[in-house]
Design a binder for this molecule. Structure first.
Ligand code: PNS
Length: 162
């Protein structure tokens, strides 16, 4: 059983995240999308809300599940005996932080690999932060996020157009 953990804040889960999940699900027997608490980032959605969006958006992928975690990622990876951590890499600008995190995680626990996956090129410009900004200003985010997330953004921020 090859298990991969795909960790992130997912505030909210976007179609770019979904694209990475779909790719990972083809490579691993089990993919756990793990929502970090990320309190320091003052998330718009609660950790549980973010988890439910992922469950709804990945319902058709039988080997994908969503979970929440707090504390060190390496401890969560160990708890699930996972072989890999998946991270999406959109552009060179992502690289420095991702490289630092991957190597620090390796220092903390050398038993798993960090694997970087590139989402479809049409999603390289996409980020949760930009989606929230567009929604907040009343822009159309329907092509950027799963339908459940779009509805929740409309409820939470009001300004988003359906
Ligand atoms: O989507 P994000 O916010 O870029 O995800 C970052 C995340 C949640 C994967 C990272 O902050 C993390 O792993 N947090 C858990 C705490 C931890 O292990 N920190 C040390 C990382 S080297």
């Amino acid at each position: 059983m090859r298990t991969a953990i795909y960790p992130g804040s997912f505030d909210p889960f976007t179609n770019g995240h979904l694209d990475v999940v779909q790719r990972a699900a083809r490579l691993f027997d089990r993919v756990i999308v793990a929502v970090a608490k990320s309190d320091g980032k003052h998330p718009l959605f609660t950790q549980e809300e973010r988890k439910v969006f992922i469950q709804q958006s990945t319902a058709k992928l039988s080997n994908v599940e969503a979970d929440v975690f707090d504390g060190l990622l390496v401890n969560y990876v160990q708890k699930h005996s996972a072989q890999a951590v998946i991270r999406g890499l959109r552009a060179v600008s992502d690289f420095e932080f991702e490289f630092q995190m991957a190597l620090m995680n390796r220092k903390l626990n050398d038993s798993f690999e960090t694997i970087f996956m590139m989402p479809k090129d049409t999603y390289t410009f996409l980020s949760s932060r930009i989606v929230k900004e567009i929604a907040r200003l009343g822009g159309d985010v329907s092509t950027f996020v799963p339908v459940q997330v779009q509805a929740a953004l409309t409820l939470k921020l009001g300004g988003a157009k359906a």
